[in-house]
Design a protein around this ligand. Structure first.
Ligand SMILES: Cc1ncc(COP(=O)(O)O)c(C=O)c1O
Length: 459
């Protein structure tokens, strides 16, 4: 017997997506006709919230130079820029002495922190990280990076870090960890990793690129030292990012970029050189050049919109969609969902999979060309992690290196579907229907490789 319980007002509320740009965009199908585009690549770049776009449009006629001009619009823009900083600090639950620096992206934020480390800092990073949090640390000649192997449970991650830090020599140490994987969507045990880091006198930076769009992140409650994220994954696609957290290392470091805005005084010296006095204020010191005021304002607008929508509601809705997605894929024995921590782990709306008998690039191309569904294929800038999950050998190709593989060969890359606050239920249903048809009936079109990408053959 099926017991039907009508949706309550609260249930209906949970099922409503936030309005985003592009929700009515039609795209052509290779088989003829058009269909509304289903954007299921939020983990790469999420569409702008309509609210963010409207806020930016309302401000656009008034924008002017920040921290420079005497004019009315310059002062207004400077105020908005600084208010945006305060909004981000509030959104992240920053401690009173934390600083918010506007950057270009998560990659930029982590490179900024890497450039500001005290001499001799030892870095601890899991090999499972996105390249943005994997690579900035190993660049200097005296870089000391400990690469931790892929843990298979959250508890193992904490234990591995504990052991590595326990055996580390004295001196400054930094742990870098992701909040949610851009490959599996799995949520990492950030609070416990932070506790382990601090137990051993290390600091910790959280790569929150995939966590902030899906979850409330509270820097003080998580007790992490820094948080980095990107606006374009947080529904604010205007080329800005954030590094927020402890001021001391940043204040003592050389400015990330040398140039205007980072200086207090520049004079010629008697011997013909230059004497430069840099700002001690952390944000000014590391934000040289004309700042991206629209980008910062858009991030602040997104922070306000998500806070007002309420993360409890957004998380509840995303869980429903994720459960439907996982259930639909589980019904297809040909589909293998990639996971590090196992089926029961907490996740955000990001999921990668391979399909038996299919090259992933071919599958993703068919989803786009025949169904108007945008996903991503490849190794997702987390090559070591995806190679581990696919059991591939170091000398095997990956990323776009496999589109020529004949159907039936093992795929050397994966397909990623990701969604968020703007995704209608219908997009998940459409995706599942398309995957099922492709798995059961195959593609209706021929595909070939052009410039490393799998595309529909036109002749
Ligand atoms: C977990 C994670 N960290 C960092 C980044 C880098 O972000 P960006 O390209 O905006 O610098 C990404 C992008 O996909 C990511 O998923």
């Amino acid at each position: 017997m099926t017991v039907f319980s009508p949706a309550t007002a609260a249930d209906r509320e949970v099922r409503t997506p936030l309005p985003v740009l592009g929700r009515d965009v039609s795209v052509p199908l290779v088989t003829g006709g058009e269909v509304t585009y289903a954007a299921l690549d939020y983990a790469a770049s999420a569409p702008a919230l309509q609210r963010v776009w409207d806020d930016v449009a309302a401000y656009a006629p008034y924008y002017g130079s920040v921290h420079r001009g005497a004019g009315y619009l310059s002062q207004l823009s400077t105020d908005l820029f600084e208010q945006s900083r305060a909004t981000v600090a509030e959104f992240l639950g920053c401690r009173p002495d934390d600083e918010v620096i506007f950057t270009r992206s998560t990659t930029d934020s982590l490179n900024l922190l890497a450039a500001a480390l005290p001499a001799g800092t030892q870095i601890f990073v899991f090999e499972t990280e996105h390249h943005a949090s994997l690579l900035p640390w190993a660049r200097g000649e005296d870089a000391r990076v400990t690469w931790l192997p892929a843990p298979r449970t959250p508890e193992q991650a904490v234990a591995q870090l504990d052991v590595a830090l326990h055996g580390a020599p004295k001196g400054p140490k930094l742990v870098c960890v992701t909040g949610a994987s851009n490959v599996t969507g799995e949520i990492w045990p950030v609070r416990k990793l932070a506790a382990a880091a601090h137990r051993h006198g290390a600091r910790i930076v959280l790569d929150a690129a995939q966590l902030v769009p899906h979850h409330a992140v509270d820097i003080a409650a998580l007790d992490v030292d820094w948080v980095a994220f990107s606006g374009h994954k947080l529904y604010a696609p205007f080329g800005a990012g954030v590094l927020a957290g402890r001021p001391d290392w940043l204040r003592e470091a050389e400015p990330y970029l040398a140039g205007g805005g980072a200086t207090r005084k520049v004079t010629r010296t008697a011997d013909g050189g230059l004497d430069v006095v840099w700002h001690e204020a952390v944000a000014a010191r590391h934000e040289a050049g004309s700042p991206n005021v629209i980008g910062a304002y858009a991030i602040a607008s997104a922070c306000r919109a998500l806070s007002e929508a309420g993360f409890d509601r957004l998380v509840a809705r995303e869980r429903q969609l994720l459960a439907e997605l996982r259930e639909g894929l589980a019904a297809l024995p040909e589909v293998r969902v990639l996971s590090l921590f196992g089926a029961d782990s907490a996740r955000v709306g990001v999921l990668s999979f391979v399909v038996q008998g299919w090259n992933s690039s071919h599958f993703a191309a068919a989803l786009s060309a025949e169904y108007g569904i945008g996903v991503r294929d490849g190794l997702f800038c987390a090559h070591p992690l995806v190679r581990t999950l696919l059991d591939s050998e170091p000398d095997e190709p990956g990323e776009c290196g496999a589109p020529d593989a004949a159907p039936g060969e093992r795929s050397l890359n994966a397909i990623r579907v990701s969604f968020g606050a703007g995704t209608p239920d219908e997009h998940i249903a459409r995706f599942l229907a398309a995957v099922t048809t492709l798995v059961q009936d195959g593609a209706r079109w021929n595909y070939r490789t052009e410039n490393g990408r799998c595309v529909p053959a036109r002749d």
